[in-house]
Design a protein around this ligand. Structure first.
Ligand SMILES: [Cu+2]
Length: 372
């Protein structure tokens, strides 16, 4: 079987982000609109629809991006926000490049030649977050994920088994720098660090092997200090429509204690939203993700790369185009004024994986946010 060639797609993308930072930061006048004319949390909420104003209205359901986007919005000076997000991702079917192949093909001696193949994987994420804006210009965001994973397998001799892991993921501290705020449009830069708080030593029982270190995709952390670099653009009409775009890169630094570095990752998203009324908006989003293979290998992983594709550091990279639809609900009055409830679900339109590798089938994110 011809395995897909190894890609290093993220590096060029990350360089592009860095370049756009530099050009944005050095552009004259780009800071001019910052801070002064933002729709402050202290202003009375502008009439949501048809407000006769050129200022960004932060009191609309669609003033936040679809809930699947992180670091999409900034806050006014002194504002706090607490949030909880639940994420679920279902992966099923193996891909080589953009072709789906059967589980039997992966483990057939005349096919992939592996002894074991993953057949399905679920990833759940419980993410709590805190945001605080010390000034109108900078918002701080701290996110702590807890991750629960499960993977089903099929062995060449027909035996099926499931492994599971759960632990904290990598804590993220991101600063959001608002560099433009005028004409109902905003731009901010996302600059942060992902701390190696997640686990790289998850293990479980595997038939025939006993308790053993689980392969790369079942770990909950990267084990490295990673940089978060991105830029976010938001726009809204005075009427019922809004839109946005975000490019976000995750750049790994160094090598973790187990002897490897996960691939860099870059995500580009564009979305649009339509306000049905001043509490409810519907959204549509496209996202392209590209992530690299692993450098080095896990010294503590007893399973050889030839036995199961998940243990091969060169079968982890890929590119995927997703579509997702969702809604934002914003509580404008009463005891929970400022609270938000949001939901988004989607599926891949196309994926091209260094495989055999499990492809994505569908995903969802649900979230609660409360600003005060
Ligand atoms: Cu917030």
């Amino acid at each position: 079987m011809k395995l897909h060639s190894t890609k290093k797609p993220s590096v060029a993308g990350v360089a592009a982000i860095l370049f756009s930072y530099l050009s944005l930061a050095s552009a004259p006048g780009v800071f001019a609109g910052t801070g002064y004319n933002s729709s402050s949390g202290k202003h009375p909420p502008a009439a949501a629809m048809g407000a006769p104003s050129n200022l960004w209205d932060a009191h609309r359901p669609d003033s936040h991006a679809p809930i699947g986007i992180m670091g999409d919005h900034t806050h006014e000076a002194g504002e706090w926000m607490l949030s909880y997000r639940y994420g679920y991702m279902n992966m099923e079917d193996n891909y080589v490049g953009s072709d789906r192949i059967s589980d039997q093909t992966v483990i057939s001696p005349s096919g992939g030649g592996f002894l074991v193949t993953p057949t399905k994987m679920s990833t759940e994420m419980h993410m709590t977050g805190v945001m605080f804006a010390p000034t109108d210009f900078v918002t701080l965001m701290l996110m702590a994920p807890y991750v629960v994973k499960e993977m089903d397998h099929l062995r060449r001799d027909g035996v099926r088994f499931t492994t599971g892991s759960e632990d904290w993921g990598d804590l993220r501290l991101v600063t959001l720098w608002k560099v433009y705020d005028d004409n109902r449009q905003r731009v901010h830069l996302n600059l942060g660090v992902s701390f190696p708080t997640g686990s790289t030593t998850e293990s479980d029982f595997v038939p025939g092997l006993g308790r053993t270190r689980l392969p790369y995709p079942m770990q909950t952390g990267s084990g490295t200090w990673d940089l978060v670099l991105g830029a976010t653009y938001l726009g809204q009409s005075a009427g019922r429509i809004s839109w946005g775009a975000q490019a976000l890169g995750l750049v790994r630094t160094g090598t973790n204690d187990e002897g490897y570095t996960l691939g860099d990752r870059i995500t580009g998203s564009v979305w649009g939203a339509y306000m049905l009324n001043d509490s409810l908006s519907l959204s549509s989003r496209f996202a392209i993700h590209s992530w690299g293979n692993i450098d080095g290998r896990d010294r503590g992983l007893a399973t050889p790369a030839a036995a199961v594709p998940t243990a091969d550091p060169n079968l982890r990279g890929g590119t995927r185009l997703d579509w997702a639809g969702g809604f934002n609900y914003y509580l404008r009055k009463g005891f929970l004024k400022g609270g938000r409830l949001a939901f988004e679900a989607g599926l891949p339109l196309w994926q091209d994986l260094d495989g055999p590798q499990l492809g994505n089938e569908w995903f969802l994110t649900a979230g609660l946010q409360y600003a005060f």
